[in-house]
Design a protein around this ligand. Sequence first.
Ligand code: GCO
Length: 262
Amino acid sequence: MELFSLTGKTALITGGTHGLGMAIATGIGKAGATLIINGNSSQEKIDKAVAFYNEQDIKAYGYKFDVSSEKEVVAALNQIESDIAPIDILVNNAGIIKRTPMVDMEVADFEQVLKIDLVAPFIMAKHVVKGMITRGEGKIINMCSMMSELGRNTVGAYAAAKGGLKMLTKNMATEWAKHNIQVNGIGPGYFATSQTAPIRVDGHPFNDFIVGRTPAGRWGDPDDLQGTAIFLSSKASNFVNGQIVYVDGGILATIGKPANED
Ligand code: GCO
């Protein structure tokens, strides 16, 4: 299990105060890493999340900053390195979604989704990678989506951002692999989180559709992502570069089946 140990490593998870980010951070923390949890909603939410990790004997620290502001990112990273340690593992998880038909979508809303879901991972990686290059090692994980591969009505901005993030992941891998830095992505299928709560209620047509469309026959549990996150954060993935690992219950593997077929 040494291959998957993260003992002695420091991992920064953006948007690590809830949902998939919290589940991934918990897995990485239980594998031994010290967690740096980023949030931008409220200090109270960050403090609550840090307490949650500490209650599980995971060393965690919280920092409030806007990942889409290069000025705030640079200041925060300097503070983190001074307070705690350099970042060995970066998980670009923070993201938003706006579900609107494109014909009705405000350009400002489209740009906001791109800013948080695509530009911010670039800003974070651009500044974290400098130290990784100096140290000759590092891990970057970008949270992609099955929307990196498929479209869906009303999520055009999100799909454009997550499709771009897939290719940005491949380009980061291309430019930084020579420094022994592995950059990969995780592409979740449909997971039970606050983001999907509006389309997951029992009886909601989308809920029935997804359960039917997913070979595993269920929504993902955030903890289903922990193994992949640990793998891509550990020595076990030292020759894995530019891959998007889809944790999706098989949804991308199939065209689906008729409603009346078992
Ligand atoms: C939606 C969902 C998806 C999931 C996830 C799928 O509205 O279709 O929110 O976008 O959140 O990103 O990988």
